[in-house]
Design a protein. Structure first.
Length: 205
């Protein structure tokens, strides 16, 4: 395959991915509007439910995939480096919004609260409370709930495994399934629920 044909193919793939991203945003916006009208039940960050349409085997695997943080120091550095391109973008968005991220040692990520500007507007338009870009969690609220942060922490772990590949995968899954039934979102809700249960004090008999 010649270089020109390769370039055209790469351009076509990225164009299709951008179109998929636009379709996903429209679907997510429509879902948010239906929730506001009472046509859909709100879907909390630590909730989970059966998808509206059954996931294909590959998507079902993703929906059950809740990666754990890297255990070794080498693994942590490798994960940071692999997701670094996204993290740089996340930091730029946070500082452009006038917010300085803080390090969350429990979730091993940076959290920016009270995000405004274009990022905050984009979150409001699609009805989202937060967004994760690399190791940076961007939250609309000044005091996000632990469940929401646990949910976004799963996306951080996904980014550590997939790096920049997470973006096109997420966009395509959003276009195919919608936000509420996006397999990566199902996994994040499951991870948040597990983290919430792990924090609950165990009753003593």
């Amino acid at each position: 395959m010649t270089r020109s044909r390769t370039s055209r193919l790469a351009g076509a793939v990225w164009t299709a991915t951008l179109v998929a991203g636009a379709v996903g945003v429209v679907r997510q916006r429509n879902e948010a509007m239906r929730v506001r009208r009472g046509e859909l039940q709100p879907d909390g960050p630590d909730g989970d439910r059966i998808p509206a349409s059954p996931h294909a085997p590959a998507s079902a695997l993703i929906a059950n995939w809740v990666p754990a943080p890297p255990r070794t120091l080498a693994g942590q550095w490798a994960a940071m480096a692999w997701s670094a391109p996204l993290t740089v973008v996340g930091l730029a968005v946070a500082y452009a919004s006038g917010v300085r991220p803080r390090w969350d040692a429990d979730r091993r990520c940076m959290v920016a609260t009270g995000v405004g500007g274009p990022s905050g507007l984009a979150l409001r338009l699609v009805g989202a409370g937060a967004n994760t870009v690399g190791h940076v969690v961007l939250c609309r609220s000044e005091s996000p709930s632990p469940a929401l942060l646990d949910h976004e922490a799963v996306h951080v772990r996904q980014g550590e495994r997939l790096g920049p590949l997470l973006v096109p995968l997420y966009l395509w899954l959003n276009a195919l399934h919608g936000y509420r039934d996006n397999p990566l979102e199902h996994a994040a809700r499951r991870g948040a629920r597990s983290a919430c249960m792990a924090r609950e004090p165990r009753s003593t008999a």
